[in-house]
Design a binder for this molecule. Structure first.
Ligand SMILES: CC(C)(COP(=O)(O)OP(=O)(O)OC[C@H]1O[C@@H](n2cnc3c(N)ncnc32)[C@H](O)[C@@H]1OP(=O)(O)O)[C@@H](O)C(=O)NCCC(=O)NCCS
Length: 150
């Protein structure tokens, strides 16, 4: 597998946004949940904001094609991972692990006192990936969706 990791650039926003929306909506729908991200445009807008100072970014290319990305929120001493997303067509092929290792390496170089992330409880593969990289479960966060009752 000819996988290359490189820094993210502002002009990656559209393709990273498309992959991000695809990846999150597929895993959510597979478990009967609505997607956390309403559409590709929202995801692209999010990447336009994130591919900027304050965030470290890494993009994975497979044979010259973008197949995934990961970010590190560096605005606090404890840095925050995500979103990490891999194109559903190449998931479970070993792209996610180097994307995680890259941001963990970055955090180590900056002597970050900790790394945090949020993980959807229904996604056992991402949990396996993080647990294998020695992340530890800390707390449950409830995500309530839908209209507020009066
Ligand atoms: C999470 C995500 C980025 C992982 O990317 P990926 O390229 O599939 O990851 P990899 O192939 O490198 O690793 C997948 C891990 O799942 C494990 N795995 C695969 N099938 C599994 C199964 N049925 N049960 C448990 N673990 C499984 C693999 O063993 C691997 O872990 P390992 O490297 O420790 O062996 C990708 O699934 C994704 O984009 N998901 C949708 C978006 C998302 O949920 N992002 C994370 C938000 S917290």
């Amino acid at each position: 597998m000819d996988l290359v990791l490189r820094p993210g650039r502002p002009d990656d926003a559209a393709e990273c946004g498309r992959i991000c929306f695809d990846a999150f909506s597929r895993i959510a729908h597979a478990h009967g949940f609505p997607s956390d991200i309403p559409g590709t445009d929202t995801a692209t807008g999010m990447f336009e904001m994130l591919l900027n100072p304050g965030y470290y970014s890494v993009v994975a290319e497979l044979d010259g094609r973008i197949v995934g990305s990961n970010l590190l929120d560096e605005r606090s001493p404890v840095v925050g991972v995500g979103p990490i997303t891999v194109d559903p067509t190449v998931q479970n092929g070993g792209v996610g692990r180097p994307l995680m290792q890259d941001v963990m390496q970055r955090a180590a170089e900056r002597h970050a006192p900790g790394i945090r992330l949020l993980q959807s409880g229904y996604h056992s593969r991402s949990f396996a990936l993080y647990a294998g990289l020695r992340f530890e479960f800390r707390e449950t966060v409830a995500c309530l969706q839908g209209p507020r009752s009066e």
